[in-house]
Design a protein around this ligand. Sequence first.
Ligand SMILES: [Zn+2]
Ligand SMILES: [Zn+2]
Length: 248
Amino acid sequence: MIDSHCHLAHVEADPADTLAAARDAGVSTVIDIAMGLAECEASTARFGPCAIGIHPNELEEFQADPSGAMTRLAELAGRPNVVGIGETGLDFFRERSGEALQVAAFRAHIDLAKQADKALVIHCRDAHDAVLEVLDDAGAPSRVVMHCFSGDEAFAMKCAARGFFCSFAGNVTYKRNTDLRRAATSLPTELVLVETDAPFLTPEPHRGKPNAPSLLPITATRLASELQMPLEELSRRLDDNTRRAFSL
Ligand SMILES: [Zn+2]
Ligand SMILES: [Zn+2]
């Protein structure tokens, strides 16, 4: 299995130990999502696949010097293990940066993803319509991943119509998230991905503890049961989808 979205820099254990534990649990590949220039430097210097960007909740570096920050990201995007640009997008829930600044940074990441021909990894919280508006206006890159998918069935259909991949995290196991499970089952399976977003969004029954890529099979198992598909078959499909999404 492939964990399509994990923050190795934020998992407490050493990345090598985290990856070894993941492998023991059947998770052979972990896409490391680096947030901010320092993490991007560190992640691109490691061996495994990573995505690089400046998170919509932490835009200070972008705000201070937009073209300098994006130039550095563009340079790092040339390193061989970079498979995605982001996470980027809009977060109107936490809204630590103003909406206009978030849109400017999002647009700059969209441009970079197109220019570098990388998957665009999108963080979207309480901003579903706005995210689609910006993407439609700017022109979406050929490969888009809605990470930690949080919409309902109607939003899933809008993403599917655009060919966007939708990645489900541990919150798909939470009791109250029936809409999220309905969204997952309404999508064409070739657009579904799975992720941990570790160390965040720990799946049930481990909620309250930090998440790790080794817990990915729990979320995949839940998705398989919702989709009424054997886990082995779903795992193969998710694997295929993730390889297509990130050109692995
Ligand atoms: Zn996110
Ligand atoms: Zn994330």
